[in-house]
Design a protein around this ligand. Structure first.
Ligand code: 2P0
Length: 404
């Protein structure tokens, strides 16, 4: 006999990826709806290296207030307007389908218990909010069996964290800024699938920050309010770059993709420096990674790698699989055998490496020293797919959270 809806625990579990922007989101035109001043574009990274796993569950007998447990720690949902906004939107969509079909269990009336964990340490300095909110929205949408597409759900994830809307899809994803006041046209769409250009790889150089960076939400508000460079970036520079990078992706033109990516990272960090008081996310080690990429490209005689930096000192270096030895191989030789993270699904082409892809006398010796001392670990990854529905539930059939 099927359990009655009153005693049953309803569950859905999903994984969601991290994404790294090549055209950066930096600036809000509406802080409440979380609407950006410009469009942005990112590469979704493989969940074989980085992912969030989230189970959304609900039951009539759960305590009245929704619960969220992140990496084993209960969160105060009531103080997070962003989480409340996401859950309210998802519940109201569920209420709509319940209203049109009275045979459906009234899940919208049940309290939620959401349990989530990352497979990477927060200390790695990688923004986890994008994968986290994407997984939360996808898992609750699956729990509620909502018919909405990933594109529709991206409007909801956007309210959790802007960059989260781009983690609901795989491959190459644009977040269209939109122009409507209600934000209904501010959503993510896939520009090209992972299979269109599957050879894209990335190595993350994890660089420790001396002190806590200015949080992005606060940093971008300061930039919008005080930087003179910012308006031109939002109105002219980024729209041109969005068109150009979409063409580069369609044509699988790595040199064009790489140059736009590097210029946009530099332009975004220039607006940070131009903010008042100035904001510094990159440090000496980050700048050494910039020099290394230019040195490698110069030594090879073509553009084989490109860097990009978010609101912190970590470098993300994109390259194509065929150039793994030239790029990741050179980095591995510089960092040395003892450096951590050279493992996992993207390691294979580096296994039999005997010499650096690019002779180290082609690289500035100060660059080598700075990277050796300042990079604590690497993460090898590549373009990947969007959220995946899985059975690896973090809540058991009785409704208890399972901690790994
Ligand atoms: C990006 N970043 O496009 C840019 C580049 C950081 C630098 O999206 O306030 O955490 O939650 O909407 O999404 C970081 O900002 O900001 C970010 P909120 P979010 O990936």
């Amino acid at each position: 006999m099927a359990a009655s809806p009153d005693s049953k625990v309803f569950r859905a579990t999903t994984t969601a990826p991290v994404n790294i922007a090549v055209i950066k989101y930096w600036g809000k035109r509406d802080a409440v709806l979380n609407l950006p001043t410009n469009s942005s574009l990112s590469v979704t990274l493989s969940q074989r290296s980085l992912r969030t796993l989230t189970t959304a569950s609900c039951a009539s007998f759960y305590p009245a207030q929704d619960e969220l447990i992140l990496n084993g720690k209960p969160q105060d949902i009531q103080s997070s307007k962003r989480t409340l906004a996401c859950l309210a939107s998802l519940r109201s969509l569920r209420r709509e389908i319940e209203a049109s079909d009275s045979s459906l269990p009234q899940l919208s009336a049940f309290p939620l218990r959401i349990v989530s964990e990352n497979n990477f340490p927060t200390a790695a300095g990688l923004a986890s909010s994008a994968a986290g909110f994407a997984a939360l929205v996808r898992a609750v949408a699956d729990l509620y069996q909502l018919p909405q597409s990933a594109r529709d759900l991206s409007r909801i994830a956007r309210q959790g964290s802007g960059s989260a809307c781009r983690s609901l899809m795989g491959g190459y994803v644009a977040w269209r800024a939109g122009s409507l006041e209600d934000g209904s046209d501010s959503l993510a769409e896939e520009v090209a699938s992972q299979s269109h250009w599957p050879e894209m790889r990335a190595v993350v150089l994890v660089v420790s920050a001396e002190k806590k960076d200015v949080p992005s939400t606060e940093g971008m508000q300061t930039t919008v309010a005080t930087s003179n460079l910012f308006a031109t970036r939002a109105t002219t520079v980024v729209p041109e770059r969005m068109d150009a990078i979409e063409t580069a992706i369609q044509n699988r033109d790595f040199p064009a993709f790489a140059e736009i990516t590097m210029r946009d990272s530099n332009g975004f960090h220039a607006t940070c420096l131009d903010s008042w008081p100035p904001i510094f996310y990159m440090n000496d080690v980050s700048r050494a990674a910039v020099r290394l990429v230019h040195d490698i490209n110069r030594a090879v005689g073509r553009t084989v790698c490109s860097y990009t930096f978010d609101a912190g000192p970590n470098a993300v270096i994109y390259y194509l699989e065929k150039d793994t030895e030239l790029v990741a191989g050179t980095i591995k030789t510089i960092l040395g055998e003892k450096s951590e993270g050279w493992e996992g699904p993207f390691y294979e082409p580096l296994k039999n490496l005997t010499a650096p892809g690019v002779a180290l006398d082609q690289v500035d010796p100060r660059t080598v020293e700075l990277l050796k001392d300042g990079v604590s670990r690497v993460i090898l990854t590549g373009v990947g797919e969007g959220p995946v529905s899985v059975d690896d539930h973090l809540v058991n059939e009785k409704g208890d959270a399972i901690y790994h």
